[in-house]
Design a protein around this ligand. Structure first.
Ligand code: ADP
Ligand code: MG
Length: 272
């Protein structure tokens, strides 16, 4: 079994980020090292202000211990990090890991705005972090923040992707994750010739928590299992469509809980 280090926030209630990545990657037959970058009582959408523990002083001790214990990871997925200091710590630790694959979801903002608590210094730290990545998964907002191009809900994809590629090492891929085309939602990236590629699925009604985190876990897992970028993005988008459809079917009364994972996990197990 390959090992994967997943570094992102752990929200006790709400079923997103690390809570979603763990089952997805376990079903994909990884040994998962789950590293919370911060601890929250709930995620930040709809529950009021969560109780938060900043883990900046714990993380250096973790990396020190792991180094002493000679732990090695094959792959890593980084989601929400939260501070410039933690971005630096993660960059330093992972650079010494000789990973086969590093996937970064550069969590910075949505709907054209930085998330609260983030500033341009943090965007700069994220630009440094993604230099080590093999694949980055920004949404349209994050693509604009990283490239300094003005935010547009429907950006011109070729110049935006070209500008993102310039921030990455040779051979790495930038994939924008919430691209809407006609009545579809999906991912856009540049192929080897520099042409824009797109895979998407019908957009279902509503907005759901945790779709981006789950998508990133699925993509990281598939790429690490040897699927091509195109096939990984096709499957991951199909799976997320299943998850959103299942969530809709459940007619939930609490809309804060992350997307349902039952059908998605069945699809993953069918692949094994
Ligand atoms: P987040 O805002 O959590 O980062 P995104 O909006 O980027 O998530 O969505 C990630 C993926 O989840 C999309 O690329 C798509 O595959 C799926 N998805 C999200 N919302 C919907 C929806 N309403 N209908 C169908 N699929 C969706
Ligand atoms: Mg996202």
């Amino acid at each position: 079994m390959a090992s994967i280090l997943v570094a992102e926030d752990l929200s006790a209630v709400g079923g997103i980020s690390l809570s979603a990545a763990l089952p997805v990657l376990t079903a994909m037959q990884y040994d998962v090292a789950a590293l919370p970058t911060s601890l929250l009582s709930t995620h930040t959408s709809g529950y009021g202000r969560p109780a938060v523990v900043d883990l900046s002083s714990w993380l250096p001790a973790v990396f020190k211990h792991w180094t002493q214990a000679q732990l090695k990871f094959d792959q890593a997925l980084i989601g929400y990090v939260g501070s410039v200091e933690l971005c630096g710590l993660l960059t330093d630790y992972l650079t010494n890991q000789n990973l086969d694959l590093l996937v970064v979801d550069p969590v910075l903002g949505d709907l054209g705005k930085l998330y609260s608590g983030f500033d341009q210094t943090y965007v700069g730290a994220m630009r440094t972090l993604i230099k080590s990545a093999d694949v980055i998964l920004p949404n349209v907002t994050e693509a604009s923040l990283l490239t300094d191009l003005p935010y547009q809900r429907h950006p011109e994809l070729k110049p935006t992707l070209t500008a993102l590629q310039r921030l990455l090492k040779p051979g790495a891929h930038a994939v924008i994750t919430d691209v809407e085309r006609d009545d579809h939602i999906g991912c856009a990236w540049l192929d080897e010739r520099g042409d824009v590629q797109y895979v998407g699925q019908p957009r279902l009604p509503g907005h759901y928590n945790g779709t981006g985190d789950t998508l990133a876990a699925a993509i990281a897992g598939l790429l690490g299992r040897g699927f091509s970028l195109t096939r990984s993005l096709e499957l991951a988008n199909q799976w997320l469509n299943l998850a959103v459809a299942e969530t809709l079917d459940q007619r939930r009364t609490d809309e804060r809980q992350g997307v349902a994972l039952g059908q998605l996990l069945r699809a993953i197990l069918a692949l094994n």
